[in-house]
Design a protein around this ligand. Structure first.
Ligand SMILES: C[S@@+](CC[C@H](N)C(=O)[O-])C[C@H]1O[C@@H](n2cnc3c(N)ncnc32)[C@H](O)[C@@H]1O
Length: 232
């Protein structure tokens, strides 16, 4: 008999407060434009995993019919509940490794500065695969491991302390490899160094990308979906 794994607990109230406080300057330094780029052209029902204080909400295009915003951290969730949006947003508690959504119930999944922080990127991406329809899209905006070997080693050293001060965030994750390993086909990616004040930081290497996931098996018509009522 296997023991079910303990649900992940995400509780970073100090980080959540600091993030929300620093957000306005980061947004005006370029992050807001990155969010537009991340979300452009999305349509249908979208799940945003680790929505934080809801800084993406105002950037969803009108072609999105609903955003299910999953956020485990209570302080972030309170902030997100007050965030402005032009499209319907349904905010729910939950973690990336156990999304409160039925199988094949969304057209797109969005990770925005989140795969650096989740307990297991592989588990989070597997959950995205579970809830996406075949042909569904993954959109991601993440800081990642540098492609420069020496810079990558510096990020490894930084990661000995960084997760403890930055809500579990890691600098040196190979997020693009994790996305490919989860079975996604990348359709577009832009890699760049984000250095708003001209200073290179361990979190400077960024990617904004989109990928598609296709089921190897055709979906059975009329298959009943597990209905999960999201809680707020
Ligand atoms: C740096 S913040 C980014 C917030 C937001 N996505 C944005 O673009 O501003 C990292 C987010 O990941 C969330 N997070 C951390 N671990 C998570 C997990 N296991 N499942 C889902 N979200 C998680 C945090 O609560 C937080 O909202």
């Amino acid at each position: 008999m296997t023991t079910p794994s303990k649900p992940e607990r995400v509780h970073h109230p100090l980080f959540a407060r600091a993030y929300a406080r620093l957000a306005p300057s980061a947004e005006s330094a370029g992050v807001a434009e990155h969010r537009d780029e991340l979300l452009a052209g999305l349509r249908g029902r979208v799940v945003e995993i680790g929505a934080g204080p809801g800084l993406n909400f105002a950037h969803y295009p009108a072609t999105v019919s609903e955003v299910v915003a999953v956020e485990p951290e209570p302080h972030f969730r309170r902030r997100a509940a007050a965030a402005r949006s032009e499209v319907p947003v349904h905010l729910v508690a939950g973690t990336a490794a156990a999304l409160p959504l039925a199988d094949q119930s969304v057209d797109a999944a969005v990770f925005s500065l989140v795969l650096c922080s989740v307990g297991s990127p592989a588990a989070a991406l597997a959950e995205a695969v579970r809830v996406l329809v075949s042909g569904g899209e993954l959109r991601y905006y993440e800081h990642v491991r540098s492609q420069d070997v020496r810079a990558g080693r510096r990020q490894d050293r930084f990661d000995r302390v960084w997760p403890y001060v930055a809500g579990g965030c890691h600098c040196s994750r190979e997020t693009e490899s994790a996305i490919a390993a989860a079975g996604f086909t990348v359709t577009h990616v832009r890699r760049f160094e984000f250095e708003p004040r001209g200073i290179a930081l361990p979190v400077s290497p960024h990617v904004i990308g989109s990928a598609v996931w296709r089921s190897a098996q055709p979906r059975l018509p009329g298959r009943a979906e597990r209905t999960v009522r999201p809680e707020t």
